[in-house]
Design a protein. Sequence first.
Lengths: 128, 175
Amino acid sequence: MKRLIPLFALCIGLPAAAQTPQLILESLVAKAGPASVARGEQLYRGKSKAGKTADSCVACHTENPKAVGQHVKTFKAIDPLAPVAQKDRFTDPAKVEKWFKRNCQEVLDRPCTPQEKADFTAYMISVK
Amino acid sequence: MNDYGITWKHLASLILAVGATALVIEQAPAGDEAIFPMPAGKTYVNECGSCHTAFAPGLLPARSWRRMMAELANHFGEDASLDEPQHLAILKDLESLAADGPQANLRMRRISAAIPANAAPQRIIETGYFKYMHDEVPRHIWQRKKIGTPGNCIACHIRANEGRYGQGEVRIPPP
């Protein structure tokens, strides 16, 4: 039985990688300050002069975060960004970090701050 | 047996020949089944299929993929760099499943044969095989909102991410 304990621990450990949008928001807020839905929406809709391919989030993800988006260059369809419309959004911390890294660099030509990430996530969760 | 000189021996060999041919046809894939092997697991589709179709490795030769992976930091104008473990795993899959790879099927070898040995094309749509296979598609189809560019394979080849490009599985989005 004792030999099985690590096996049980592994089984419990695996699903722990999947999180809820709320838990992801909490861990982002812990690295920044309280999140602002309004600032998050501003970030989502704002135009950037630094954008190379896309000048804003909405360029690909559309004005409506519940809608299917489309990559401006490859035209590939993009699943909705709001968790209310696409339930696997904001459930994988590594994926969230990967796309903040890629897309902040793409649109803003710099990494997003922890505060921006928290605000953005709060806005996406607030979309009903 | 009859006036034509046909014997049971003739008939038997005819039946055998027809039967053997039928067996061969049965086992060969249908003519329009363009199926390419894809890397196992989800890494390839997750890492290379978010911004565009997870293109089948068999659509380009290994030298094209090696150059592409070496230039990921400027991938058609975007920084698509990968972490080291994913980078190595994907490069290995691309090399082994490439059009000139060790497991290449007849279709892949045709793709590879149409590319000059000194060229390492980076755009599948610029290869001779792609152009040959799509020469009947008029410009107004490519311009449809959900297609946009010939490189958007998955817009019409709905199972492209599984390596399936067969004509029977083409669904052209309406205008």
